[in-house]
Design a protein around this ligand. Structure first.
Ligand SMILES: [Zn+2]
Length: 488
């Protein structure tokens, strides 16, 4: 931080003390909310109870709440304060299908009474609740210090598989927002200064003609043949695309299980990823041509339906620098011996493959500090601060980041080496390690926001930085204009 930020430097300890007291004072309350959302484990666009619980808590704290936004019933905006800057906090709360898991168990035991079979394998119960703790503490701080500005909790549904935020961005809910802060459980502590992959989700549905496969095969036109030929075509295309791109598919309808009936309908879902959304659009057009070619070859027809899109993440360095300063100052999360023993137990239960990956993860995150980082079973050092890497996953935070200066914080909430989207991540989601990480993230976000509320000119600098980073590019809204959020 520069000369003009001396004011902030001087007050950091004071801010840390005040915000920490506010958040730690309600530790049990937040742990309970997070555990409830963990139990609800509601998947994309069905987060009714989780969204209601968070909205209720925000209303009780005096936030004004608008809900059902952009065609998303579970989306909401809770607002406090007035005037500029407008600081948005992005809360998530959706779970993942097929990941129901007993808490604290180091072996795979799905929760028997969990009818929907979902589980919080990406820690979004912690994101939703940590964000809640952050805005409540910040609201109290603003009141006490008579600080101007607006803070908003954006209740963002369906981060997984549907990119809920892209719809909120498309429909203008971020147009007057000056800064966006969010966090996600990860291996190391860091203000993420990197880019994620842009991503399209597209259904290709082929329609053919049914026929008895032995008596009159000449009358049949197979939709399943079309799916297979399309997949082969795309697999040949892989040789001729950029290295960083990723294409994966799932056959979501094989046309039935009777080999003696020519399949008249078959469907495949594609995920097309690349570093930039413009590159994804190019690949998407080529995949569409292959699908049309497969339809032509098989004399079937193809219906193409894009259902979600994620833009690549543009990171704000100014926001990341402020966040990193607080990460340094707040230091590592303190754990008890029992918590280390708990994490150790989970580390031992990792698959051999995951165990082998651990030194590589440590090297990627901590470089020369990797050996030191590997000693405890939860990563403690700060990961590379100015890491500018192309992250391999996608997030719909990317869409927000094209129009609002955005920072993405990472904080560990589980044993080092635990993979996101795994049952192990679900199992550790109610632990005190998870809750500590959640509240630590809440503090860092609130503290970072204080710097920008105290010094509104910093928001202008962040806006200028975003304009420079984009260098003339504008948000390439990746969603078809008439696409509505849907459960598919
Ligand atoms: Zn996630």
């Amino acid at each position: 931080m520069g000369q003009k930020d001396n004011h902030i430097d001087k007050h950091m300890d004071e801010y840390i003390k005040e915000i920490s007291e506010k958040i730690d004072g309600k530790r049990k309350y937040y742990a309970e909310i997070s555990n409830k959302i963990w139990e609800y484990a509601e998947p994309r666009f069905q987060e009714y109870k989780s969204s209601e619980l968070l909205r209720q808590s925000l209303k009780e704290e005096g936030f004004s709440v608008r809900s059902n936004l952009a065609g998303e019933e579970t989306a909401f905006i809770a607002e406090y304060g007035s005037g500029k800057p407008v600081i948005g906090f992005l809360g998530e709360f959706d779970a993942l299908p097929g990941l129901s898991q007993k808490a604290d168990a180091t072996e795979r035991i799905p929760e028997a009474d969990h009818a929907n079979g979902c589980g919080h394998g990406c820690g979004h119960q912690l994101i939703g609740t940590g964000t809640l703790a952050s805005v409540i503490a910040l609201k109290d701080f603003m009141k006490e210090h008579n600080l101007k500005g607006t803070i908003r909790y954006y209740g963002c549904p369906a981060e997984e598989n549907a990119g809920g935020k892209a719809f909120l961005v498309r429909d203008g809910y971020f147009n007057d927002c000056d800064l966006a802060l969010c966090w996600h459980p990860e291996q190391g502590r860091r203000a993420c200064y990197g880019s994620t992959k842009a991503n399209f989700r597209v259904f290709f549905t082929f329609h053919g003609t049914p026929a008895h496969a032995s008596m009159c095969p000449e009358l049949g036109r197979s939709a399943l043949d079309a799916v297979e030929l399309m997949d082969v075509g795309v697999n040949y295309m892989r040789e001729h695309m950029i290295d960083e791109a990723r294409i994966h598919y799932a056959i979501t309808d094989t046309g039935g299980d009777a080999p003696n009936v020519v399949q008249s309908r078959a469907q495949v879902l594609y995920a097309i990823r690349a570093p930039k959304i413009t590159q994804v659009k190019e690949l998407y057009n080529r995949v569409c041509n292959i699908a049309k070619g497969a339809a032509l070859m098989t004399e079937t027809t193809v219906e193409i339906r894009q259902v979600a899109a994620y833009s690549n993440l543009i990171s704000s360095k100014i926001l990341a620098d402020h966040m990193n300063a607080y990460l340094e100052k707040l230091g590592p999360i303190p754990y008890t011996e029992q918590e280390y023993a708990y994490a150790q137990k989970f580390q031992q239960a990792l698959s051999d493959q995951d165990k082998k990956q651990l030194p590589t993860i440590a090297r990627d995150y901590f470089g020369s500090k990797a050996a030191e980082a590997m000693k405890p079973p939860i990563f403690e050092p700060i990961a590379y601060q100015n890491l500018y890497s192309d992250l391999k996953y996608s997030t719909d935070v990317g869409d927000v980041s094209w129009i609002v200066p955005t920072v993405h914080l990472n904080i560990p909430t589980f044993a080092a080496g635990t993979a996101l989207h795994s049952w192990q991540a679900v199992a550790q989601g109610r632990s005190t390690i998870a809750h500590k990480g959640m509240l630590y993230a809440a503090k860092i976000m609130a503290l970072t926001a204080i710097d920008f509320l105290q010094n509104p000119e910093l928001a202008d600098e962040a806006r200028k930085e975003l304009t420079e980073t984009l260098n003339g590019e504008t948000y390439p809204n990746p969603l078809p204009g008439d696409l509505k959020p849907e459960i598919w």
